[in-house]
Write a protein of this length. Structure first.
Length: 143
């Protein structure tokens, strides 16, 4: 069985690399594109299982890219996650995507959400405590 394809459309190469690592760790094949226009051209050629879409992109906004994705009948089953630091825009688009995430994002957050959105991927069985991103719990009875 082939790996599900995820397309990351993010103009920040460092964040795109982090997203790529998180999705590859749960079994995705990943492509990164850093430009909205190039993303639409690529989406005319492929049908990914998941698209992670930044809203503020060069050459075509993420909002326009989202509209194009939604209007393409080939992409009806593609899950779209919007990743943005713009809280107002996130609220405005909440009903137009499968999920809207506010940046900053954590690796574990992306892995867990990818597994929930695309059931054919699974979390790795073994995770070390050093990979844990659980917040520290402070006791009320500290001295």
């Amino acid at each position: 069985m082939s790996k599900p394809l995820a397309l990351i459309v993010e103009d920040n190469p460092d964040l795109a690399s982090i997203l790529t690592m998180a999705l590859q760790s749960v079994g995705f094949e990943v492509e990164e594109i850093h430009d909205g226009g190039k993303a639409l051209a690529r989406l005319a050629e492929i049908v990914p299982a998941l698209v992670i879409l930044d809203l503020h992109l060069p050459h075509l906004s993420g909002t326009n890219a989202l509209r194009q994705i939604q209007s393409d009948t080939r992409l009806l089953n593609t899950r779209v996650v919007i990743a943005t630091a713009d809280a107002a825009m996130a609220d405005e688009l909440r009903d137009q995507a499968d999920l809207v995430l506010l940046k900053p994002l954590s690796v574990s957050q992306i892995r867990d959400l990818a597994v929930r959105l695309v059931p054919s991927v699974k979390l790795p069985q073994e995770t070390s405590d050093s990979d844990s991103e659980e917040p520290l719990q402070l006791s009320d009875d500290a001295p």
